[in-house]
Design a protein around this ligand. Structure first.
Ligand code: NAD
Length: 344
């Protein structure tokens, strides 16, 4: 089967990673790259003389060799660009978050369905080897019942102009949460602040309620002096710690837990037996591999097999529902805001 002819639109910070991976993937062929900034584009395409450069989406869509388009422009532009590509009969891979509103996301999902085109969102961590290993551990039942997900994703910058820290960083954790647990939050509460004279929230504590005792908490901050990328997933049997900045021991599984043996008589409640289990720690092997290579391969496979990709447009729309609820919570001083269900 011939390789999927693709174009990348938006070659700022993230787009060049798509360019590199589309060039490297045997199932795809980069035909064109487009950016309104011609100088930036020339710099990015210097190592790829066979790729055509252009500054207008119309030029991309006029090229019949382009069957699919990857969009890595600012969030506010995603909907209009993706819409134009779908209307021109192209499959679309769009960066996270998929659009700026739920309505825009739903519009893209409907349009892709109507035209039998693939719409995929780059929820890149769902393709990271470490997250795949975590999923295997959870699916095998090694953690027991999964009780909570606690993530810290902080560093100094990159300050984004068009979105706040929640819209920029929470998509990573929200997509990982959906992939690992298959669950959707029913409500969200967010405490957030705008410091350093910035117009967007640059630190946030996001609490997600899943209605069955399972809780998630995301600590997101662009104003931290140190970079931390750490997630703890607590289970009834074992607990897992993922430190993405520790390549030697990225993942550790702790055989630790607590068992409470209640006393039947109320009077003796204070003496209920709490036993702490402190077994060993294992550090499962995590294969090497770039997550974005997995994104590109999955997109090409979904197009070839005429099936929905793992992180399809619907998953992009579900994420938008959570982000919109989170934004409402910020506006209402941290109030608990229900997350709208599909089609609500
Ligand atoms: N998946 C990830 O891990 C990840 C990481 C970083 C950024 N992103 C996402 O990638 C997207 C882009 O982020 P970035 O940090 O690269 O932004 P950026 O501002 O560095 O780059 C955006 C580029 O798009 C170009 N552009 C803007 N409007 C355009 C248009 N109409 N047509 C063609 N080009 C246009 C700009 O000139 C710029 O070069 C965002 O959605 C962001 O959330 C994803």
């Amino acid at each position: 089967m011939s390789a999927l002819g693709m174009a990348v639109v938006g070659c700022g910070y993230w787009g060049p990673n798509l360019v590199r991976n589309i060039v490297a993937c045997p199932q795809t062929r980069l035909v064109r790259a487009c950016d309104v900034d011609a100088a930036r584009l020339a710099e990015v395409l210097a190592p790829y003389p066979g790729v055509q450069a252009c500054t207008e989406l119309a030029e991309v869509l006029a090229d019949e060799q382009v069957t699919a388009v990857a969009i890595a422009t600012p969030v506010a532009t995603h909907h209009a660009l993706a819409r134009e590509c779908l209307l021109a009969g192209r499959h679309v891979l769009v960066e996270k978050p998929m659009a700026a509103t739920v309505a825009q996301a739903e519009d893209l999902v409907a349009l892709a369905r109507e035209r039998s085109l693939r719409l995929m969102c780059d929820h890149v961590f769902c393709y990271a080897p470490v997250v795949r290993v975590m999923k295997d551990i959870i699916d095998a039942g090694s953690l027991g019942d999964v009780l909570y997900f606690d993530s810290v994703r902080i560093n100094l910058g990159l300050f984004q102009r068009d979105v706040n820290v929640i819209w920029d960083l929470a998509p990573h954790d929200l997509s990982i949460l959906e992939y690992l647990t298959g669950r959707q939050p029913v409500a969200v509460s967010v405490q957030a602040a705008r410091h350093a004279g910035w117009e967007q929230e640059n630190m946030a504590y996001v609490a997600l309620d899943f209605d069955n005792g399972f809780l998630a908490h995301l600590h997101l901050n662009w104003l931290s002096p140190v970079k931390i990328r750490k997630t703890i997933i607590g289970g009834s049997e074992r607990m897992l710690v993922w430190n993405d900045l520790d390549p030697a021991e990225r993942l550790k599984v702790y055989d630790k837990g607590v068992t409470i043996q209640p006393r039947p008589d109320r009077a003796a409640r204070d003496t209920a037996l709490v036993s702490y289990r402190t077994g060993g720690v294992t550090s499962p092997h995590v294969p090497h591999g770039e997550a974005l290579a997995g994104v590109v391969a999955e997109f090409a496979a979904a197009v070839a097999e005429k099936r929905a990709p793992l992180t399809d447009g619907a998953s992009g729309a579900r994420m938008l529902r959570i982000l919109e609820a989170a934004q409402q919570s910020v506006a209402r001083g941290g109030a608990r805001v229900p997350v709208a269900g599909e089609g609500a």
